[in-house]
Design a protein around this ligand. Structure first.
Ligand code: NAD
Length: 351
């Protein structure tokens, strides 16, 4: 199993080092190829996604990504900005399915903005389509309107094939969890959503062991804060998923804990924490490495076919939290305050 490791900028290097260390303790045969990406790559070669990095990503079975960006690069032209590396990787590798779990460990339920009993033991997965929808549909633009002023317009579009393939990802993921999918759309108003609903319903016939329900996006936004534990897997389009996945991440209270995956049609994926490069704490050894370690666990499950190893990592994270280990971002009185390396070591010891 070949993994391309792209640590990137800021805390990226620190947190990815811990995830790689944990992977190394699992007794699996992993071949790791590290490459520069983002600002670090720009500093070396003038390109945030050099050809050699893209080639390493193409060769690999999965990609472990840290984070990119930082104030030093904010003044660069758009094409040279570190964030372009991520967009370039998604496009070049056809990563169309974004998987974002939102999990709340009982020990950390107090960190949520919601009442602990509403979120304790929450475990949902949002599957967001990443390459279609109103963000990419043509035509779009700003034009002169006949009434005198200007008008802005975008086009929401999904082909049947695009809906079918994201539905398949959601049903497959549900099979590895508690076998329930909620498809979220706006079929009462949008034609695109009506097609979405029809195609998801058709596809469900191939997954008779998975229970499917449909929900309008406005209701889903409300249900996520009212009773989030009713959900298992949520599948939705690019725009609705963009909004709902951020809403769901806030249910957990700490972005330092949330992993994500972006998959292609063959299950190859790019795995990364949902947070950025946190320049404010970079180099201090205080960043929380758990989101990256949990991203590595997702990589084991979704791209490398190593579900048992994934579970070992997730359980070790849970034990470290249960034993009171806390980085500064999730620290509360009476707990053991640790840095990035100590948290990684606490997980590794509990594998
Ligand atoms: P951020 O996620 O980097 O940081 C937001 C806040 O959360 C900061 O206070 C930071 O210290 C804290 N934080 C983030 N991760 C943490 C961790 N693991 N442990 C402890 N605390 C953590 O978002 P930002 O400040 O808006 O962006 C900083 C840079 O990251 C920008 O250049 C931005 O473009 C980039 N960014 C990159 C990605 C990515 O690589 N996928 C995503 C988001 C932002």
């Amino acid at each position: 199993m070949r993994i391309a490791v792209l640590p990137g900028d800021g805390i990226g290097k620190e947190i990815v080092a811990q995830a790689v260390m944990v992977l190394g303790r699992l007794g699996l045969r992993l071949e790791i190829e590290e490459a520069a990406v983002g600002g670090a790559a720009y500093d070396q070669s003038g390109d945030p996604l050099p050809e050699a990095t893209l080639a390493a990503a193409r060769r690999a079975d999965a990609i472990l990504f840290g984070a990119v960006g930082g104030p030093r690069y904010d003044g660069l032209p758009r094409a040279k900005r570190p964030e372009q590396a991520l967009l370039g990787l998604r496009k070049a590798l056809g990563l169309f399915a974004n998987l974002r779990p939102a999990q709340v460990y009982a020990e950390l339920a107090d960190a949520s903005a919601l009442r602990p009993e509403v979120v304790a033991e929450l475990d949902i997965l949002i599957v967001r389509e990443l390459t279609g929808d109103i963000y990419f549909g043509q035509p779009k633009g700003i034009r002169q309107h006949e009434s005198g002023g200007r008008e802005g317009f975008d086009t929401m579009r999904y082909t049947e094939a695009e809906v079918r393939r994201i539905a398949q990802v959601a049903f497959e993921a549900a099979r590895k969890r508690s076998k329930r999918v909620c498809s979220v759309d706006k079929a009462n108003v949008l034609e695109t959503s009506q097609l979405w609903r029809e195609v998801v319903t058709e596809e469900a016939k191939n997954y008779k062991d998975v229970e499917l329900c449909h929900m309008y996006v406005d209701n889903c936004a409300m249900q996520l804060v009212r009773e989030p534990k009713q959900f298992d897997v949520i599948v939705t389009g690019n725009m609705f998923g963009d909004i709902l996945s951020d809403e769901a991440s806030m249910l957990t209270g700490s972005i330092g804990l949330l992993p994500s995956a972006s998959l292609d049609a063959q299950g190859k994926g790019l795995y990364e924490p949902i947070h950025g490069s946190a320049p404010d704490i970079a180099g201090k050894g205080v960043a929380n490495p758990l989101a990256t370690i949990l991203s590595a666990a997702m990589m084991l499950r979704y791209s490398l076919g190593q579900s048992a190893a994934a579970q070992r990592v997730e359980e070790a994270v849970r034990k470290a939290l249960r034993d009171g280990y806390r980085t500064a971002d999730i620290y509360t009185d009476g707990m053991k305050k640790v840095g990035t390396g100590e948290m990684g070591a606490a997980v590794a010891q509990r594998l």
